[in-house]
Ligand binder design. Structure first.
Ligand code: URA
Length: 471
């Protein structure tokens, strides 16, 4: 057979590659007889292959399939040829090829996959949204990012999960993705000048970054490694880094003093201020402080306190009370609470014997007619309640703390972690913990089959939680 030309899209064209592989394997095409051309190559040569319809699917070991998904996003134009070499060899007797560390092909592809993973991580960590208004007045958050590899579609689900309730656009030189709270729409490649430069959001982000910056952890070398200069120009907080590093020792001292004084500073009411000068000595004293604190939104006047026995094996931490919780003054009694109760009962966890609380103790909402629409607390608000949550858990002393969703995870770790990536056992501050999705996430899934699957995964988490707490 002469040379064969396979056309794929110049990007992370997994479908195109899969189809091509089916056809090539069905024709027993040796890797060095194939020329891979991307849609914008114009020096094509060789005979084009027919498309893959009818060719049987190619079954590959899991590690190979996973590696293909990552390495195909790499910017190296040779990626398709290298991956086909891998597929060919795996199908011809070398099923465990990826375990052979000394094999140059396996090694090279694994480095490529790592580089893609790092790029996705950087996009998650360093992309910054800036606030804009659409012509019709809609509040839209717009971000500009220049990925090194073709990672846009691999990175975007993280932003959907995190900023599901916002309207946003991510612009890159490879394409744009626009989210309108329900659907994701693709847009053409963008230019940096399409994104706004700075705004009030940037100032707020910078101050948030300063407030979560932990001076005890300063390591400029590590910081440079994780936050290469290339990204700094898009980062509002980069302006704060030099000062923060210089001031770190002083800030560490101040932080220690401030932590001790937190309730007094936070509490507006004189009656409890005297009490707050000393650290609360009991959960009741702490709850009195919380109950007297200002709500996030006027009208949400109950602080919804944690509920359950001190010494409970498990403490579940949610995001914030909802409408019904605010009215009744009890956590997790509305739709999300009912979903949680159902799953707890099915796996045999007695709700009366666990502790249930929230990262944020007041309902934040937007009035719409007669209805009060839940609004996600922002990181600054989560931080405001963090001290309380930590103290609360110190009094309850659970064996295991469960973060239900991203807000709880942010509050318990101080870091904006992805729930899906952190899912499972992990340390949450001083407590052994477990991260899983928030039950309201399950309620929002429209497709019944997907919802059922997600509910099953949630129940599986609860089973593991039950086991962990029993040991
Ligand atoms: N969602 C939460 O996170 N907490 C509640 O108490 C209710 C709904």
């Amino acid at each position: 057979m002469g040379m064969i030309r396979m056309a794929v899209q110049d990007g992370a064209d997994l479908d195109g590659f899969r189809n091509a592989v089916r056809t090539l394997v069905a024709h027993h095409a040796l890797p060095d007889t194939v020329v891979w051309s991307t849609a914008n190559d114009n020096d094509l040569f060789g005979a084009a292959m027919p498309d893959a319809s009818g060719a049987p699917a190619v079954s590959l070991p899991r590690d190979v399939a996973d590696l293909i998904k990552l390495a195909i996003c790499h910017s190296d134009p040779e990626r398709f040829a290298l991956l086909y070499q891998l597929v060919w060899r795996v199908l011809h007797g070398e099923r465990a090829l990826l375990e052979v560390q000394s094999d140059p092909l396996a090694h090279r592809l694994q480095l490529m996959a790592k580089s893609v993973q790092r790029d996705i991580h950087k996009m998650h960590a360093f992309l910054r949204f800036r606030e804009t208004k659409d012509p019709d007045g809609t509040e839209r958050f717009v971000a500009w990012f220049e990925p090194e590899h073709h990672i846009l579609d691999a990175a975007v689900p993280f932003f959907i999960e995190r900023f599901r309730g916002m309207v946003w656009s991510i612009l890159t030189p490879q394409g744009a993705r626009h989210w309108d709270r329900e659907t994701l729409v693709e847009g053409p490649p963008a230019h940096k000048s399409d994104a706004p430069d700075s705004d009030a959001f940037e100032a707020a982000w910078k101050s948030y970054y300063e407030s979560i910056f932990n001076p005890a952890r300063v390591n400029p070398a590590a910081m440079r490694q994780h936050m290469p200069k290339k990204y700094w120009r898009n980062l509002p907080e980069a302006a704060a880094i030099a000062d923060l590093v210089r001031e770190a020792p002083q800030r560490a001292r101040e932080m220690i003093e401030r932590e001790a004084a937190m309730p007094a500073k936070r509490d507006p009411k004189k009656a409890v201020a005297a009490m707050a000068e000393q650290e609360p000595k009991s959960l009741e004293a702490l709850n009195a402080l919380i109950a007297a604190s200002e709500p996030l939104t006027p009208g949400a006047d109950h602080a919804v306190l944690g509920e359950g026995p001190i010494g409970a094996d498990i403490a579940f931490v949610g995001e914030q009370p909802g409408d019904q919780e605010d009215l009744e003054g009890k956590p997790f009694i509305g739709p999300a609470g009912q979903m949680l109760d159902k799953a707890l009962e099915e796996v045999g966890i007695d709700r009366r014997r666990v502790y249930v609380t929230n990262a944020v103790k007041h309902f934040k909402f937007e009035p719409r007619g007669k209805r009060r629409i839940h609004k996600k607390p922002n990181p600054g608000e989560v931080k405001r309640y963090r001290w309380w949550l930590t103290k609360e858990l110190e009094f309850v002393r659970p064996k295991l703390v469960v973060a239900l969703g991203g807000t709880a995870l942010l509050s318990l770790t101080g870091k904006p972690l992805s729930v899906m990536r952190s899912r499972g056992p992990l340390q949450l501050g001083e407590f052994p913990g477990y991260a899983t999705v928030h039950p309201s996430y399950l309620l929002r899934i429209p497709d019944p089959a997907v919802k059922e699957e997600a509910y099953e995964a949630f129940r599986h988490d609860l089973q593991r939680i039950k086991k962990l707490a029993a040991t």
